[in-house]
Ligand binder design. Sequence first.
Ligand SMILES: [Zn+2]
Length: 116
Amino acid sequence: MNTYLDLAVKQAARSRCRYRVGAVLAKGGRILAHSSNRYRNAPSTDFHHATFHAEEVLLRRTRSARGAVVYVARVSKNGTPALARPCPRCQRALAADGVIRALYTTPTGAGSLRLS
Ligand SMILES: [Zn+2]
């Protein structure tokens, strides 16, 4: 499997959220940012915005994502890769910041999505 995707899996494994997702933003062989998804408030406060998606954390940490590729991974409870296709909101945010492609884990390997 792809090295950056492997790194995204490691990030996902560090997540303390219920759905464990990790992401790596890379451009020209260089890593711009990496993170797992994170809690932003208690679910009782605002259930639908209880977490920052991993992709959102990357964009908040990166000055320019133009031309970059994002690698997104999710791991299940037993640590195996699960479907991590970016959600529509993250797809829009990534495309708006110039990220050209997303590669993500699936239960059987990897998927790819063209963004902008
Ligand atoms: Zn998302």
